[in-house]
Design a protein around this ligand. Structure first.
Ligand code: ATP
Ligand code: MG
Length: 393
């Protein structure tokens, strides 16, 4: 008998012929996250992965947080397993697990049910019979357990795969698909609350995310950049690695400010950001851009503004937060661990020089003619894209 961590994955299992690509990415991501935990390795089981320890005891408190952040995983379950799949041994292990896991049962009393699963249908006992047999053994052999099939406090599971697994705890993961299995996007990542969540949500759909941050020293502080790099460190825990391009945006921002009416400033600024991000996307083989826009949140996020902004580029722009409320976005930011970083006081460039009455229904043709009238706007945009500073996390 040994302690192991069962890893359950969701949509990966549905992916037909590409399944092995998804599975390999998932295993690589788990192994990557376990680098800081020597002594553990990943092995395959039928329909599951299993994290095993070279020596016991298994440090679940240390290993689970590393594994559970891998995207594509539905849940992790600390379990005991054995090669001996006889009913006698399965009953013995189940009883051992219940007594050890719920030592307060005689005092507190728990309701439970047993769910059994067998992968090999030639196993001589049916799943229902296995469950009934284990249930009986618990009632007879341990104090404080009562059967409740509909709403039990404990669901004791016995899974007969290539070995037998007994467990009753489950830590939920984020689900989704393994990162890198669905193409690549260039995310416009600011120091705010929204864009880190947008980046995470695309990663959760299996998209590899690279980011670009527009830095405007001395108007924005180095502390704002530090917020962004700290956010990248957090995002990396989900994606195994993370690349950030930092663009010096000061000249572009000042040029736009000088040459455009204040109410058009933000739209012009965003269009330049998009254009620059598109150049970087092409250079880095990304098929889309991603932003943290949520419809209606600010003037530049009305549908007319979004249309005017997207008109600057020909690449698809993904906006995973488009239909979310701020509170929902905040909940996500807290869940993934970027919220506390985002609320530090240093702002990014979009909050600078914001006019009191920004346009909410910009006309693309007018915006375009303003852009054309600024002599070297396109040239300095290209130049800025060639001078990015790259950070690899
Ligand atoms: P966030 O919280 O993500 O900063 P926001 O609510 O502050 O978003 P805006 O400042 O209008 O909204 O920005 C909208 C989107 O534009 C951001 O979600 C982000 O994708 C992108 N963006 C804004 N500022 C920057 C920046 N300095 N660098 C990179 N992307 C940016
Ligand atoms: Mg912002």
């Amino acid at each position: 008998m040994e302690e192991v961590l069962i890893v359950k994955f969701g949509e990966v299992a549905l992916r037909g012929k590409n399944r092995y690509i998804f599975e390999n990415k998932l295993i690589a991501a788990i192994e990557n996250n376990l680098k800081g935990c020597p002594g553990y390795f990943v092995s395959r089981e039928l329909g599951r992965y299993v994290v095993c320890a070279h020596s016991s005891p298994f440090d679940f408190a240390r290993v689970i947080p590393k594994v559970i952040s891998v995207l594509g995983i539905i849940s992790c379950c600390p379990a005991i397993r054995s090669r001996d799949m006889s009913m006698e041994n399965i009953k013995k292990l189940s009883l051992l697990h219940m007594k050890k896991r719920y030592p307060d049962a005689p005092v507190k009393g728990y309701t439970f049910r047993v769910t059994a699963h067998r992968s090999h249908k030639d196993y001589p006992v049916s799943s229902q019979e296995i469950a009934a047999c284990i249930g009986e053994c618990i009632i007879e052999g341990a104090e404080g357990f009562k059967v409740n099939l509909k709403e039990p406090e404990i669901n004791l599971r016995a899974e007969l795969r290539n070995q037998v697994y007994i467990y009753s705890d489950e830590t939920k993961g984020f689900g989704g698909l393994p990162v890198g299995s669905c193409g690549k996007t260039m995310a416009l990542l600011s120091a705010g609350i929204d864009s880190p969540v947008a980046s995470f949500l695309m990663a959760r759909r299996g998209v590899e995310v690279e980011a670009v941050y527009f830095h405007t020293p001395p108007y924005t502080s180095e502390r704002a950049l530090l917020k962004v790099t700290d956010i990248c460190e957090v995002l990396k825990t989900f994606t195994a690695s993370f690349k950030l391009n930092v663009v010096n945006f000061t000249d572009i921002q000042m040029l736009i400010k000088e040459k455009t009416p204040p109410e058009k400033f933000t739209i012009m600024l965003k269009r330049s950001m998009m254009r620059l991000a598109e150049i970087l996307a092409q250079k880095n083989e990304c098929q889309a851009l991603t932003t943290g826009d949520s419809v209606g949140q600010v003037a530049s996020q009305t549908l007319k503004s979004i249309a005017a902004i997207d008109g600057a580029v020909s690449i698809p722009v993904l906006r995973p937060l488009a239909g979310m409320d701020k509170n929902e976005i905040i909940d996500w930011a807290k869940k993934i661990g970027t919220f506390d970083i985002s609320i530090r006081p240093f702002q990014d460039c979009c909050t600078l020089f914001v006019p009191p009455h920004p346009e909410t229904k910009p006309k693309v043709s007018i915006i375009e003619s303003f852009e054309k009238s600024i002599d070297n706007l396109y040239d300095i945009t290209k130049e800025a894209a060639e001078n990015v500073k790259v950070y690899n996390f």
